[in-house]
Structures are given as structure tokens and as C-alpha cells.
Write a protein that binds this ligand. Sequence first.
Ligand code: GLV
Ligand code: GLV
Length: 324
Amino acid sequence: SPWRVVVTRRVPTKAMDMLRDANLDLDIWDSDNPMPHEALVEKVSSGCDALYCVLTDKIGKDVLDAAGERLKMISTMSVGYNHIDYPECKKRGIPVSHTPNVLTETTADTAVALVLAACRRFKEATASVIEGTWGTWTPMGMCGQDVHDATVGIIGMGRIGSAVARRLHAFNCNIIYWGIERVPQLEEKLDAKFVEIDYLLKEADIVIPLCPLNKETYHMFDMSKFKAMKKSAVFVNPARGELVNQDDLLAALQQGEIFSAGLDVTTPEPLPKDHPLVKTPNCFILPHIGSASMGTRTAMAVLASENLVAAYKGKPLPTPVREF
Ligand code: GLV
Ligand code: GLV
């Protein structure tokens, strides 16, 4: 009999049509709001062969237990999979797929936008226009840090890190990086240098984590890291909010330990609108839109469907999560 597939969100029609064309039996949470956790547990416990989810769904032991042995695969419409208890899935033999590659370039575009916005004080600048407090052009008004010629420190030189490095190389930036993987081709092509983390923090004008969130990277950016950076440093986070001890980031920005921050991700998401970080003039924040172009979000949804259909047909997954 055809698989019953629980889809946790309204996603592009094209992606759902692919599942329908494969004769899968769909149970779609047809909303732009997250499926409440209890509803998710409820749905999977009433019969779920495959789960099509997004990054706001927490797929922990409770969900896996509720789904039981009937659950055969999980496809997430995201590159990050920290919302899924992957070690537990692995233990139970449940493959997980994600959506790398298709979002790399769009996310790198967003990262560069954050770099420009944070370096050049776009939050304060646009606020002065909107609030009518912009008096007149002044020689030193709204002056920030230059992006061109800056030393950029990237933590985690994977797909997105490399795409950001390529872009900033065109700004004549000096690229240094640290992470679990060395990328010799990039060192050759962009004259990027692999350095120790302490050196990176001390030398970089712009610091950008582009590593996955896991036990090793959780709260990796705390006050000791911000203090190790230049006072003129700009911190940009296009990855995951939990990489950062957010209270420490707030204090670092308020106390001038660093110059500014540009964030696409926070803890929680959304931040309450009266959260101090939202009100901090030198903290430019976007609502997790790194991959949010029409083409890329559609491609992600389609790739998530391709993985699910491949699993149904017993074929190799196009983009499985691979770890360890
Ligand atoms: C976005 O954050 C993603 O993981 O795709
Ligand atoms: C800026 O607008 C300039 O002319 O220098």
C-alpha cells in the first residue's frame, strides 16, 4: 500500500504534486504556521511512513517513539538538521535527508548582505530616515567599517563558507578560516589561509561562523570569544542562533567589545520585539531569510520531495544526511 506521508507545513505546490504523482497518501498541515508539537505527535502516531518536515519542527525521541517502527524516513526542507535527533534516527535505522547545494548561493548572498549592513550601520542609517532624525549630510555621519580590503575570518569552510569566501575575495578581502576541514582548492584559488581559532579571532575584521549547530558548536561564541576579537570587529551569524551565547553578544555590543553584529538567526525565533537585541542600534537582524529567494525555496521543497520519493521507491537518496 502507498506510504502515508505527514507534511508539517504548507510548501510549494510543485513539491506536493511530485509526492501526489508518486501516489503517496498525503496528510498536510496546510498552514504557514508551525504545526503544534502535540499535533505532530498525534499525527505521526496515527500512522506515518515518512515525514516531510521543516526546521521549526522538533523531531526528538518523543516523535520517533510516537511514529514507531512504521516510520521509514525523514525529509527536511532545510540544510540544517539540528532540529532532528539524528543520532537517535541513526540508531533506529531511519534515514534522514536534507537540502544542501540548492541553497548555497542564495544563503551566501544573504551573508554578504549582513556583512555590508553590519559594517556600514544600515540599521541606524535606515532608522534615521524612517524616524526623520536624519538632519543633513555630515562628514563623519553614520561612518562604519569598510568591507573591501578587510580580513574576513570564516569558521567552517563548507559549501556556504566557500561561497561567502568567493564573494568577499572579489571585495579584495583577505580570507582566513578555521574548522574541522581544510579546503586546499580554496587556499589555492582565493589565497585563503587556514589558521588557529585564536589567531582568527585576533586578526579578523569580520567574523562569520558557517558551521553546523551540534554539541561541539553550541554556544561557541561567548564573551571570551568576543573579547578576543578586535573592538572594531563585526560579527555576522547566518548559521544558527544557538552557536552564540546571546546574552554575551548583547553585552559585547553594549560594552563596545565589538563594533556591530549582523544576524539572520537568533534564540528564540522570532525574538520578542522588545528584546534588547532588537533595540540595540549596532545589531542588524533579519528574520531567518538566508535561503529565501523564490527559486531557492522552491528548489529546496522539490529536493525534499525527490528524497522522499526516492526512499519510497527504494532508490538511493539524492542528498542524505551523512555523519560520522
Ligand atoms: C536554513 O537555516 C536551513 O537550514 O536550510
Ligand atoms: C558623496 O556623495 C560625495 O560626493 O562625496
